[in-house]
Ligand binder design. Structure first.
Ligand SMILES: Nc1nc2c(ncn2[C@@H]2O[C@H](COP(=O)(O)OP(=O)(O)OP(=O)(O)O)[C@@H](O)[C@H]2O)c(=O)[nH]1
Ligand SMILES: [Mg+2]
Length: 256
């Protein structure tokens, strides 16, 4: 079967959200004539998540499930989903409704009709918002975004988990996914030319428990140094230099 888009939903213990998320994504795609594969990538949830997905599979031929057995983690799951995605265009979205699924057609349109390589749902451009997050989460998230801008300055929210891409940009790219900021590693190493940020309102989860923990911060720091080393010392990519050229050309108005 041909799919226009693969929507990857990473899950760990999301029984309170998963069914509604799958049904919502499916309805939105259908309403916009997007033939989508929904790919749930689960790290052996010990609640009802897996059973709920299997239940829906009997009536949805476009719903796939991967249950991972080793090396658990959000970025690792997204990467595995990307390797198995049947469509050329891929959308990543959290399961807890922090990312507004109704924006999926906007991401798709930028990839499909405008030829962008990667589209990022940004909390930190005009029109973007973070709603109902405790101050500490806001500070940590914005601090991480600023750190990301030191390497990829033209992207304001490189760590957003709500992003879409054309699989082409992963070809021949060595990824070592860890932590929660998969998009940042792809920006640091992927073969993109054109990246678009669109504003999103990120809303704190209403149901289910957070999987955020301290090691997510150290994972990001390791990833940040790794991307810097990969580009500036190992010279395996010139993405940081390219990102700075794009950023400076937008400020000083020169032709890159
Ligand atoms: N497969 C997989 N999915 C995960 C893992 N950790 C988190 N997720 C999923 O990744 C998405 C984001 O996780 P969240 O717990 O919402 O993380 P967060 O948004 O930073 O924190 P909260 O919104 O406060 O919960 C959700 O869909 C989770 O179910 C993991 O280790 N493996
Ligand atoms: Mg969340």
């Amino acid at each position: 079967m041909h799919f226009d888009l693969t929507v990857i939903i990473p899950t760990f213990n999301e029984e309170e959200n998963i069914e509604r998320m799958i049904v919502t994504v499916d309805a939105i795609c259908k309403a916009h004539d997007i033939t989508e594969e929904i790919l749930v990538v689960d790290d052996r949830s010990n609640d009802g998540t897996i059973a709920l997905v299997k239940g829906l599979q009997s009536s949805m031929s476009n719903l796939s499930l991967i249950v991972r057995m080793k090396n658990p983690g959000l970025s690792q799951s997204l990467y595995e989903g990307m390797l198995h995605a049947q469509a050329q265009l891929i959308q990543c979205i959290d399961c807890d409704f922090s990312h507004p699924p109704e924006k999926i057609p906007v991401f798709y349109q930028y990839l499909k009709n405008e030829g962008f390589d990667m589209v990022i749902g940004s909390r930190y451009i005009p029109g973007g918002k973070v709603i109902h997050w405790p101050v500490i989460r806001k500070v940590l998230s914005f601090g991480a975004a600023l750190l990301g801008r030191l390497l990829i300055p033209h992207v304001k929210d490189s760590g957003s988990g709500f992003f879409a891409l054309n699989k082409n940009i992963l070809a021949g790219t060595k990824l070592t996914p860890r932590g929660f900021r998969m998009g940042f590693e792809i920006l640091g190493k992927g073969k993109w030319t054109r990246v678009k940020e669109i504003p999103i309102s990120f809303v704190d989860r209403e149901r289910g428990a957070s999987k955020m923990k301290l090691s997510i911060i150290t994972d990001y720091l390791k990833q940040w140094f790794h991307v810097m080393y990969f580009n500036l010392i190992g010279r395996e990519s010139d993405n940081i230099v390219r990102a700075w050229r794009i950023y400076l050309s937008s400020i000083f108005n020169f032709q890159d």
